[in-house]
Ligand binder design. Structure first.
Ligand code: AG3
Length: 282
């Protein structure tokens, strides 16, 4: 077997590699290197700066889990802000909820969306919805000056290096808090407690200092570092499990490939080592 792409994990002195059939897209934008590869094992794969952003094989896990848990806790999610998410996968899942009337999507790099519209239309097609307003600018600056108010903010970022770094800062979270209505919810992709504990701990200490409720929930995403991935759920009012909107979930008739009612509650149960990591004040 020829491994012709591998994502390196410097923290672990390890890597994850796979065969590539064809390079469909490879360009350096002003912000980052964007590649879309055709692979025999994972379908098409979107890579940014050498890191796997999504694969056709398992993107449903990430996109269902970043969107539906908060959307089934908020009683009437209407207006959503997505920061990052230029591939369109998160917008696609949000649009499945009939109450969602407007999605503002702010991604720094238009080339990601253009590449995904050309090569991953089943994911990026959501960007063409009339409910979605795409703005290609820095999310950190957007939340600083934005006059809008939202029910839900979803931070679908890259890792906290390069352009993603500011999206993990206290000031950014503070501005997001201000943009949320009085019962608003913020969800962010928070990396891996197994292999990137410092990042997860940082997200916890910053968000729990700003929001009255802050919980993590987990998902198994095989093509991300360690496969053990978590999302932060920071909320002004609602409890992520007690306020699950069971009736709306049942009557929606929506079918998912990963998410379901039992998993909604189960995802918020976290392993002991992870609980100890965030309880440890150091
Ligand atoms: N967001 C990126 C998750 C981080 C993956 N990290 C890594 N491979 N080192 C995914 C965007 C999908 N909408």
């Amino acid at each position: 077997m020829n491994i012709n792409f591998s994502e390196r994990y410097p923290e672990m002195k390890a890597a994850f590699g796979f065969e590539v059939d064809q390079i469909l897209f490879s360009e350096q934008s002003p912000f980052q290197k964007i590649e879309i590869l055709q692979t025999p094992g994972f379908g098409k794969v979107l890579i940014i700066d050498g890191c796997i952003m999504l694969t056709e094989r398992d993107e449903f896990v990430y996109h269902e889990m970043i969107a539906h848990p908060p959307l089934f806790v908020h009683p009437h999610p209407e207006k959503i802000l997505i920061i990052g998410g230029g591939d369109g996968g998160t917008a696609r899942e949000c649009l499945r909820h009939p109450s969602v009337a407007q999605i503002d999507l702010v991604d720094i790099d238009e080339l990601v969306s253009q590449a995904c519209l050309a090569h991953l239309p089943a994911i990026a097609g959501a960007l063409l919805s009339e409910k979605v307003r795409c703005r290609f600018e820095d999310g950190v600056a957007y939340v600083k000056n934005c006059p809008e108010r939202y029910d839900l903010i979803i931070i679908d970022s890259t890792d906290p290096i390069s352009v993603g770094e500011g999206l993990f800062s206290r000031e950014f979270y503070q501005n997001c808090h201000r943009l949320l209505r009085e019962d608003g919810i913020l969800v962010n992709q928070s990396e891996s407690p197994s292999w990137l504990p410092k990042i997860v701990k940082g997200v916890h200490s910053k968000l729990s200092a700003i929001f009255p409720r802050m919980h993590f929930y987990q998902a198994h995403i095989p093509t991300y570092p360690s496969g053990h991935w978590v999302f932060g759920f920071a909320s002004k009012r609602y409890h992520p499990v007690e306020d699950f909107q069971q009736d709306r979930y049942r009557s929606s008739g929506m079918k998912f490939r990963y998410y379901n009612q039992a998993l909604h509650a189960g995802a918020f149960a976290i392993p002991t080592f992870f609980q100890e990591l965030i309880d440890d004040a150091r």
